[in-house]
Write a protein of this length. Structure first.
Ligand code: ACO
Length: 445
């Protein structure tokens, strides 16, 4: 079947947030560290009424309802998440309760986990299924969701929460280009070995180096696989990145420019294209992850391209935070929300997915030239800016109290949530209770 890709997409983020500027003051760090240094404006978070199940139930229900897709029309459902509240039972099986009234239980796929990469693995699986001999003609549904929380300290402002659902099928407004490049490696940069805690064990500096080196590997491989000399970031009209925090994305975009400069076969041409990088020409690329002078020169010479190609993709990342598995796809949604159909038709979108540990891939999406298809996709995303605006701001002290209470009650059974249902928007799924056997029940607001 032709033009397999993303037919529809829906995002859910919690209805409350904390201002990063207030958090700076509350945490006693210097003014500007989170807002300018990390590039984050607001951080979304869940109270005890929401967990990974409820986030995913909400987003799947909304996607299907909004796009008038019947539950019987889904033949595969994949979930990418690193928010593990059960070591055996998948989030996918929890989502099956939505399908029960339709009688559709013939749905392949379970959960995929590797830090922030699970959503991408799920997406690849879904596309592969539709292009395989096993496809039965129905849609695939990809869900990526996480609750990203860190302990008090330098990583805390890089949290977030949310879920994305993508409907995959033929004749799509956004399809997949042929080339994919992957880099996977065994590292301990960010991992969750303590099963009694929701928090990761993280070495911030190593995680940044791992992220940037994975980007280098994927980009070089991607360019080689394109089998054309001198592929450069100019070949992409837009570029979305997994966003742990927005400043790292700007540095990553600049890193593509550094790669172009070092990989370009015509050295004279690359010197004249990137004069600011000439002083660094003799450096070993692998030793430059924390070279501030090179970084600043690259940020400077890629600034205009960054603002045109990537900045529009950072709206949700800066207003909600790192949602982990949905982060990259929140970038795609932001880009679609901030561009009109005319500026998207026929365009190529670079995508870089990174999950610590580590698994990373680069691929590219192709926006259809069919205005009707693209316009209907964009129309379904039109409510996102107002939903972001309508959220409730909670003081930093209350955010901290809520996170502490969640930490203290983590994995407790029985458990009765206490947050008011008034904190939730209409149609949101919420946790009713965890019974003594750890079974969770949900209601819908
Ligand atoms: N005004 C403006 N900028 C400031 C200020 C200020 N007052 N104070 C600090 N900054 C800048 C710093 O110069 C630094 O900028 P730079 O990165 O360009 O050097 C930036 O703000 C951050 O400050 P640091 O001191 O480097 O921050 P810290 O080390 O305390 O924490 C970190 C940052 C490591 C990212 C931490 O938040 C973390 O561990 N996060 C989780 C891990 C993570 O997200 N890793 C990324 C990939 S892995 C993944 O996706 C989970």
């Amino acid at each position: 079947c032709g033009d397999v890709g993303i037919l529809a997409i829906e995002i859910y983020f919690p209805n409350q947030y904390v201002e990063q500027s207030e958090l700076e003051e509350h945490d006693g760090v210097t003014k500007g560290k989170y807002t300018i240094g990390l590039g984050q404006q607001k951080m979304g978070f869940c109270n005890d009424r929401e967990d990974i199940h409820s986030l995913c139930l909400t987003v799947v229900q909304r996607l299907l309802e909004k796009n008038k897709i019947g539950y019987g029309e889904i033949g595969r459902l994949e979930v990418g998440t690193e928010t593990i509240i059960d070591k055996s039972k998948s989030v996918k099986t929890v989502l099956m309760q939505l399908f029960k009234p339709s009688g559709n239980t013939d749905i392949e796929g379970v959960d995929t986990t590797n830090a922030c990469y699970g959503g991408t693995a799920a997406l690849f699986n879904a596309v592969n299924w539709i292009q395989s001999q096993f496809w039965d003609g129905r849609y695939a549904l990809v869900v990526a969701g996480d609750v990203a929380v860190y302990p008090p300290g330098p990583a805390r402002p890089t949290g977030g929460a949310g879920a994305i659902a993508m409907l995959i099928g033929p004749n799509a407004p956004i399809t997949f280009n042929r080339v994919r490049a992957t880099h996977m490696e065994h590292v301990y940069d960010f991992y969750k070995p303590d099963l009694s805690s929701e928090f990761p064990t993280v070495d911030g500096k190593i995680s940044i180096e791992c992220y940037l080196s994975a980007l280098d590997c994927c980009y070089e491989r991607y360019c080689k696989k394109e089998n054309r000399p001198d592929v450069s970031f100019d070949d992409f009209d837009y570029f979305c990145f997994h966003s742990p925090y927005c400043k790292l994305v700007q540095k990553s975009f600049a890193r593509l420019c550094v790669n172009d400069y070092f990989l370009y076969s015509d050295k004279e041409q690359s010197d004249s294209k990137y004069p600011d990088l000439v002083p660094f020409k003799n450096l070993n690329l692998k030793e430059t992850y924390f070279n501030r002078e090179l970084e600043q020169a690259a940020v400077k010479c890629s600034k205009t391209s960054f603002e045109a190609k990537t900045l529009p993709s950072l709206m949700i990342a800066s207003m909600v935070g790192n949602m982990y598995t949905p982060s990259l796809y929140g970038g795609l949604v932001s880009l679609l929300v901030n561009k009109n159909a005319e500026s998207l038709l026929g365009k190529r979108i670079g995508m870089f997915s990174y999950g610590s540990g580590l698994a990373s891939s680069m691929f590219s999406l192709q926006v259809s030239k069919d205005a009707g298809r693209v316009e209907s996709l964009l129309a379904s995303l039109g409510d996102i800016p107002s939903r972001l605006e309508a959220r409730t701001a909670l003081p930093a002290a209350e955010f901290t109290t809520i996170l502490k209470a969640k930490e203290d009650s983590y994995n407790k059974a029985p458990y009765q949530p206490t947050a008011s249902l008034d904190t939730l928007t209409s149609g949101t799924y919420y946790l009713i209770e965890v019974d003594p056997q750890y079974r969770r029940t949900y209601g819908r607001r």
